[in-house]
Design a protein around this ligand. Structure first.
Ligand code: OFO
Length: 174
């Protein structure tokens, strides 16, 4: 049985992951609007990954005989100043998510909920990757600056990103 405090915190996190998915879909739309189809594709993969994160938490609550409560997804930004701005916003967002996952992990320590703590380890590792991915693209953009060929090449490279279902969802219908 899932501790009620933890259940509530995971439900909040499910909503945040769905908001993240919506945010990245909005970023994909922005990239399409400025003709960066490879970058849009990168964000479309990100959109799917965020849904996976929500699904992992959804499955976990059910598995522990808890109750999933879905709530409204807030509106998301729709405009950014530049390609660099959109990726900087991504990094900032991921840093906020890392802090939320850390708080959730801290709560499991406080509540002696070791099963939830174990499940959250996947998210802790995932956040390292999420921040690294955004930082690497920002570093590349800072080198490229306004170089058209550089932007073109980066767009092609990011467009090659493929979606892979998150490992904890293996054998899950969701
Ligand atoms: Fe779910 O990790 Fe990004 O937001």
């Amino acid at each position: 049985m899932l501790n009620k405090k933890i259940e509530k915190a995971i439900n909040t996190q499910i909503n945040v992951e769905m908001w993240s998915a919506y945010l990245y879909l909005s970023m994909a739309a922005y990239c399409h609007s400025i003709g960066q189809t490879g970058m849009a594709r990168w964000y479309e993969v990100q959109f799917k990954e965020e849904q996976d994160h929500a699904k992992i938490l959804f499955n976990y609550v059910i598995q522990r005989n808890g109750r999933v409560i879905l709530s409204a997804i807030d509106t998301v930004p729709t405009e950014w100043k530049s390609i660099l701005d959109v990726f900087e916003s991504t990094l900032e967002h991921e840093q906020e998510i890392t802090a939320m996952i850390n708080n959730l992990f801290a709560l499991t320590t406080q509540e002696n909920d070791y099963a939830t703590q174990s499940m959250l380890k996947w998210f802790i590792d995932e956040q390292v990757e999420e921040e690294e991915n955004a930082q690497t693209i920002i570093d590349n953009l800072n080198i490229i600056k306004d170089n058209g060929f550089g932007i073109y090449t980066l767009d092609k490279e990011l467009g090659a990103r493929a979606y892979t279902q998150a490992a904890p969802l293996a054998n899950s219908i969701l």
